[in-house]
Design a protein. Structure first.
Lengths: 513, 104
């Protein structure tokens, strides 16, 4: 009896989908490195030094990036081009690879920042590094997801690790609270995303983006309401991850409470992965529904731009201020995203790349000031920074001017290209609101700059408290992050062609136009 | 015996109701444990919808999706409970209103 059952099981061959393992190597290297790190730490007889973990994480990110280079060459080769694998569930194209590189770069730079900051906070274990690598591998899954369930799994891998990272600094009440809020609201958004996926599945009969596109292009849909409800709920879930208004309420609290290097990771890598997922879902699967979703994105973009830049003005904490500024940057990316064109994709990629450098650099400066100043990062703590640390103040100035979109920085071209894409799509109102909010946003960056450079109120208490500790030299890793970010922002601010060329090579997105 | 057949529509209505109960509960309840239950309710409402749609279309994809979601939901609750235990250990009563240092 048993033997006959076993016989039938072994006789019937189960066909598994073809998996191009080479396409998954960057992902496997990073997630494998994370698990391997935890393994060696539990085997090792003595505690390893924190600098080892940071070096290990940086090397893992580098190895993963190097493993992705052959894929990039293959995708750029006209004869072979982009492809899908795992039964169409994962796509490897220029866009997914650019986002992968961006996430890995963010992991590398955050690892440089983290060791010193976390050691000062009394966190010496390997967990933050393992979690950052795991979270980044979730981001890489999102970048290439070509199936809604794969996308959901990617988001959850990314987010669940990020919830823990936010709550990592257990000694500080703020960090615990940030983790709690991030978790509850994140899970709420995941619920919406998942229910949206279920409704889209019910309306179209598949969760594969390619199959959904084919179905929508060939069929007069019977259950339109079901599909549009599903799309709206998926938009809520994804809009939460990239912090668009009105799904942004978590951002200021989480950014303020979370350890600063982790915030740098959230603002660069998590945002990039979220926008990659948005582009894939809306451009690939719902390309034929563009006239339905464009007005919604239009409204979201205007609300995000306005709320982000107006709320930032009244903030007194620099981390909170940068949180609102990251919301307004999400608004600019939505302006490019709304155009629904190839140029839109290029402008979004360009914006994500340049913004990642500016925001990593900004939070590097904030983490230096914060760790010198027992975690406090109010605007007053930056008062008179130019007197004692002129180079640090100058570098921070570059990042803030870049975020404000001043010419001769990459931030100017980033804003220019998204607005250009919006104008080409005839969204003139949106383009004008983007320009007006750029002026409002410039004010809030100037507020910090004035405190740093022009304040002569040197007798105040925060100033002297900070000055007393400011002669500690900057570690070489942190200096590396600052140099790379500032150099990128300035060099490609006068010579943006290579980055534009790179973003253009991200096309075509598989399954879109 | 009973002529009444319970079609997929009933399951979908139930799942929509569960989802709404979960979403509203998460917004109005203050006890973190009840909030977790509400999150579970939302995710499982989506599971029910997946199965109902899969059954209606005679497609296995819906049921497979549920297996993935179950794993994710389990992982999410583990992390959530750990964060709640860590946060509430230094506070006498477990309500979410106590978590309000960050505002501005």
């Amino acid at each position: 009896m048993l033997s006959s059952v076993l016989g039938t099981i072994f006789a019937s061959t189960i066909t598994t989908p073809d998996i191009a393992w080479s396409a998954l190597i960057p992902l496997l290297v990073l997630s494998g490195a994370s698990i391997f790190l935890l393994t060696i730490v539990s085997i090792a007889p003595k505690d390893l030094p924190p600098s080892f973990y940071a070096t290990y994480t940086g090397l893992a990110a580098l190895a993963s990036g190097i493993a992705a280079i052959p894929l990039w060459i293959r995708v750029q080769d006209d004869a072979r081009g982009p492809f899908r694998t795992i039964a169409g569930g994962y796509s490897v194209d220029g866009f997914s690879l650019i986002i992968t590189f961006l996430i890995l770069l963010s992991v590398l730079l955050v690892a440089c920042l983290a060791s010193e900051y976390l050691a000062k906070e009394g966190i010496t274990g390997p967990e933050p590094y393992a979690l950052i690598m795991l979270s980044a591998s979730g981001g890489i899954i999102m970048a290439g997801a070509n199936d809604l369930i794969v996308l959901f799994l990617g988001i959850e891998v990314l987010s669940i690790a990020a919830y823990v990272l936010a709550a990592m600094d257990m000694r500080r009440v703020q960090s615990q609270e940030a983790g709690m809020k991030y978790f509850v609201l994140g899970a709420f958004a995941s619920g919406f995303l998942l229910y949206g996926i279920a409704l889209i599945y019910g309306a179209t009969g598949s969760t594969s983006l390619a199959a959904i596109r084919d179905f929508l292009e060939s069929t007069e849909l019977r259950k339109d309401a079901l599909l549009l409800t599903g799309l709206a709920m998926a938009l809520i879930g994804l809009g939460f991850k990239v912090a668009t208004v009105p799904f942004h309420f978590w951002t200021p609290d989480v950014y303020q409470g979370t350890p600063t290097p982790v915030v740098a990771y959230m603002a660069s890598a998590v945002k990039a992965a979220g926008f990659a997922a948005l582009i894939r879902v809306f451009y690939v699967a719902f390309g034929s529904y563009q006239s339905d979703w464009q007005p919604i994105i239009y409204g979201l973009a205007i609300a995000t731009l306005l709320v982000g830049s107006l709320m930032a003005i009244v903030q007194t904490d620099v981390k909170r201020l940068l949180a609102y500024s990251s919301i307004s940057h999400a608004g600019y990316i939505l302006v490019g995203f709304q155009s629904g064109s190839d140029n839109g994709v290029v402008s979004v990629s360009f914006y994500l790349i340049t913004y990642a450098f500016m925001v990593l650099g900004s939070f590097a400066v904030v983490s230096i000031i914060g760790s010198l100043n027992s975690g406090q990062t109010t605007i007053d703590d930056f008062e008179g920074l130019s007197n004692r640390r002129p180079i640090l103040a100058a570098v921070f100035t570059i990042f803030l001017l870049g975020q404000a979109g001043i010419p001769l920085t990459t931030g100017f071209f980033a804003k220019f290209y998204v607005i250009e894409a919006a104008v080409e799509a005839r969204s003139y109102g949106l383009a004008i609101s983007a320009m007006v909010t750029a002026v409002i946003a410039a004010f809030l960056y100037l507020k910090i700059l004035i405190k740093m450079w022009l304040s002569d109120d040197t007798g105040s208490e925060p100033f002297s408290r900070l000055q007393a500790r400011l002669n500690i030299p900057i570690r070489i890793q942190v200096g590396f992050v600052l140099t790379i970010s500032a150099g990128f922002t300035l060099i490609f601010g006068v010579w943006p062609q290579p980055i534009v060329e790179l973003a253009r090579n991200a096309l075509p997105i598989i399954g879109f136009s | 015996m009973f002529a009444l057949t319970i079609g997929p529509g009933y399951y979908l209505a139930l799942s929509a109701m569960l989802f709404i109960i979960g979403a509203i509960g998460l917004l109005i309840r203050r006890n973190p444990l009840i909030m977790f239950m509400c999150i579970e309710l939302m995710l499982n409402a989506a599971n029910l919808a997946f199965i109902a749609f899969g059954k209606e279309m005679d497609d296995l994809g819906g049921q497979i999706s549920v297996l993935f979601v179950l794993v994710v939901a389990a992982a999410e609750v583990v992390i959530g409970l750990a964060i709640v235990v860590a946060v509430m250990r230094r506070r006498p009563k477990a309500t979410i209103d106590d978590v309000s240092v960050l505002r501005g």
